[in-house]
Write a protein that binds this ligand. Structure first.
Ligand code: MG
Length: 370
């Protein structure tokens, strides 16, 4: 099987309300969708969410990267999907969002062509049909965060991921107030998005112990490997790295340095399902916890990540909620949810279809010589 056509679209995701973390806030984002068409007519879609502060990818660099990579895949047989993935990674370093969108679109096209569920194409089993996720509470004044927490719990969510961002005492107050308001049966995890110094992180971790916090995500700066190890050595609460770890190479460094209890894998950091599966196997081999997260992504990105969770059974912490916070997304058939559970259909493909009428086509390349 060969690829006949690659098309790249620009789309807009509107959030229902402003989403705030320690280093930014968003009300809408521009994103990129990639469509791959095979010579037998099978179609696959991938999403490439720009996250310039994390991956370095903007909408423009993603579009340029996919255009550049297209020239290398036109004559390749895509039955060897691992080989394609390795070749693309060798041709273009970094640019992980673009690789993510492109590789996942090829995997979906292959999945439909072979009539297999997408992760079976990569050697995993059939997906289970439900994935339980947390809901993220954006960074705000404690009162607002308490109200948001109560609203989501009244809707039926049972796990909160609480964004923190300093200063120290305010972060502790945020968690205390939320725990007091929601009761002891709700699971709470927190994400500092790099906001603390290593010493602050130790003090905050100790103060949070009494509020039954299941883990702390990225307490210190992404580049601060020594700082993260310093925190992990002194924190009773498990430490999960997010912004610090993008791909297999980063993960190896942090495991060898004994700096983490676990890693938050995001497809857009890893550069697609295949690198993510390599990371899963390494983390499991070293007894590290696995979390999966998302950027601000449509139902499509969430569906792809959900398939990884549902077919591998490897993830302890699931944070796949960005589609819930969208007011509008250019998708004909969004993912199905039952409150805090993502419902997956069996069969081939990821089960979500973008709406081309609500996307701007940026370019289309048809390969005529096979
Ligand atoms: Mg995070």
């Amino acid at each position: 099987m060969k690829i006949k056509k690659i098309e790249v679209f620009r789309g807009k995701l509107e959030l229902a309300k402003v989403f705030r973390i320690s280093y930014g806030e968003w009300k809408s984002v521009d994103t990129v969708f990639i469509k791959t068409v095979l010579d037998n007519g099978s179609i696959g879609w991938g999403e490439a969410p720009p996250a310039p502060e994390i991956t370095g990818d903007s909408v423009e660099t993603i579009i340029g990267s996919v255009k550049y990579l297209s020239s290398f895949i036109k004559k390749m047989n895509i039955d060897n999907i691992n080989g394609i993935d390795k070749m693309l990674r060798n041709k273009l370093k970094n640019n992980s969002a673009a690789l993510n969108g492109l590789i996942n679109s090829i995997i979906e096209a292959l999945s439909k062509s072979l009539n297999l569920s997408p992760l079976r194409v990569l050697g995993y089993g059939e997906p289970i049909n439900e994935v339980l996720t947390d809901i993220t509470i954006g960074l705000d004044k404690p009162d607002t965060m308490v109200n948001d927490s109560i609203n989501w719990i009244e809707k039926g969510f049972k796990i909160l991921k609480v964004k923190l961002g300093g200063p120290e005492n305010l972060d502790i107050e945020r968690v205390k107030r939320i725990r007091d308001a929601v009761g002891s049966h709700i699971r709470i995890r927190v994400d500092a998005n790099q906001a603390w110094s290593p010493k602050e992180a130790i003090r905050i971790s100790r103060a949070l112990e009494r509020y039954d916090i299941e883990m702390i995500e990225q307490p210190v700066k992404a580049y601060d490997l020594k700082g993260l190890k310093y925190v992990r050595d002194r924190s009773e609460i498990p430490i999960i790295a997010d912004e610090a770890i993008h791909n297999l190479r980063n993960l190896k460094l942090f495991i060898e340095s004994d700096a983490i209890d676990g890693v938050n894998i995001k497809l857009s950091k890893a550069g697609g399902l295949i690198e993510a599966s390599r990371m899963i196997e390494m983390a499991k081999a070293f007894g590290k916890e696995l979390m999966i997260g998302c950027m601000i992504e449509s139902s499509l990105g969430i569906a792809i990540a959900s398939h990884l969770v549902a077919s591998t059974g490897a993830f302890r912490y699931v944070d796949l909620d960005s589609d819930i916070t969208l007011e509008s997304q250019p998708v004909i058939k969004p993912i199905k949810r039952s409150i805090d559970r993502i419902l997956l259909e069996s069969g081939s493909g990821f089960g979500v279809e973008p709406d081309e009428n609500r996307l701007d086509k940026v370019f289309s390349i048809t390969f005529t010589t096979f």
